[in-house]
Design a protein around this ligand. Structure first.
Ligand code: SAH
Ligand code: SF4
Length: 378
């Protein structure tokens, strides 16, 4: 099987694709990458349209009880200045974002038990009652009771990345935790009625293209509504500080392949991409991404939420961040989504031939003699 054959296969029938096909696609080099990105961009346009949904992220606590080897918020990082925003501050940051027209607020933090079920209930309820927004939580693993309470308070979505589908690597990188519990939490979130988002990190030490292929198959199996696919950015004050960072091309390949396999779901251009390349998010929006998550945390807290170094927008006012994000979207000829950007309606199943290739891709594949074999059409 060649790259061309694997691409033709995924175009003809994404459900038929296996791990080996994905490895070939993920390893796309030079001119193959252009084809891959074009096809992902076409599928994004066909299934998700030209809207880019904005989700405003409030990083409300840099305290974390876990010790993930890759993350600057890990408990053992004594160099980090920790902060916790009080409920009133969180609500007022959300109000500023809502006044700017953002329709989703993401509440994100380290895994921080200081915020009890009751506190979070009050914050979520205040956002849902006082502002016209969807609420996404990204708090790490919480108890079933807590999750039910958050849903009752009105939270709409939950973002919990599985980070890697390799159970051994997961345990090594996230000491004291395991993949099984993370996946169980994802299932529980679904049962509780959340729109569930997950994702992985590209370029973790010890990860291979096969791991990434399995990550994408796992995303499909979990049937998530969104996936964060971002590069690993080594943080100097962590045990992985001297490891190589996630490669831009490998991340874009992973984004594009994820879009090919899961055409009808949300795929953010992650902020971490801008930490590895000045135009990282723009490139992602051209190879399958349809969501951007501007930081709306008050400027003075931002440098302390140091998950990875060189995070864009340090010290910046949220209004500036949102303005710049909007400028990026319109410069790219895209439009800002005006709705909440909820999960795509799963009862809507476009016809199979909606995955047909773009003319340029089809021409290339025909020349390579692969397209007819797999039944694609121009
Ligand atoms: N504590 C919560 C949410 C905050 S961390 C949790 O762990 O789920 C949010 C995301 O940051 C993580 O899911 C992880 O994918 C990402 N992350 C952490 N350290 C990173 C690094 N060094 N490079 C890239 N992404 C990182
Ligand atoms: Fe804590 Fe999340 Fe960072 Fe792990 S990835 S150390 S859980 S903030």
């Amino acid at each position: 099987m060649s790259f061309e054959k694997a691409l033709a296969k995924v175009i003809a029938d994404a459900d038929a694709v296996n791990e080996d096909d994905l490895v070939l696609l993920l390893g796309a080099a030079s001119e193959e990458r252009k084809l891959l990105y074009d096809q992902a961009d076409i599928l994004r346009g066909m299934w998700m349209g030209s809207e880019v949904h904005l989700r405003g992220v409030i990083e409300f606590s840099s305290c974390c009880s876990l010790n993930c080897l890759y993350c600057g918020l890990r408990a053992d990082n004594k160099k980090l200045k920790r902060y916790r925003m009080i409920p009133g501050e969180i609500i007022s940051a959300a109000r500023i974002a809502a006044e700017m027209g953002l329709k989703t607020i993401v509440l994100q933090s380290g895994q921080d038990p200081y915020y009890t079920k009751e506190m979070l209930f009050e914050i979520i309820a205040a956002l849902k009652e006082g502002l016209d927004v969807a609420v996404t939580l990204s708090l790490g693993v919480r108890s079933p009771k807590d999750l039910r309470a958050f849903r009752e308070a009105g939270a709409d979505r939950y973002l919990l990345k599985f980070e890697t589908s390799d159970p051994g690597l997961f345990e090594k990188l996230r000491p004291g935790t395991n993949l099984r519990d993370r996946l169980e939490c994802l299932c529980l979130l679904k049962e509780t009625g959340f729109q569930v988002a997950s994702g992985n990190i590209i370029g973790l030490p010890g990860q291979t293209l096969t791991t990434l292929a399995r990550d994408i198959l796992l995303l499909r199996e979990l049937d998530v509504v969104m996936a964060g696919v971002g590069p690993f950015v080594p943080h100097p004050d962590t045990p992985l500080g001297r490891d190589a960072r996630g490669d831009l091309e490998k991340t874009l390949n992973a984004l594009a392949v994820t879009r090919l396999l899961l055409p009808y779901f949300h795929l953010p251009a992650t902020t971490a991409l801008d930490a590895v390349h000045p135009r990282g998010r723009r490139l992602a929006l051209q190879c399958g991404a349809n969501v951007v998550m501007p930081n709306v945390t008050p400027g003075h807290y931002r440098e302390h939420y140091s998950i990875y170094p060189n995070k864009p927008g340090r010290g910046e006012d949220p209004r500036t961040t949102v303005k710049e994000t909007r400028a990026m979207i319109s410069e790219m000829g895209r439009i800002e989504g005006k709705g909440y950007g909820h999960a795509p309606d799963r009862s809507y199943r476009p016809r199979r031939n909606l995955t047909r290739p773009g003319v340029a891709v089809a021409r290339y594949l025909k020349k390579a003699g692969d397209l007819n074999e797999c039944g694609g059409t121009e």
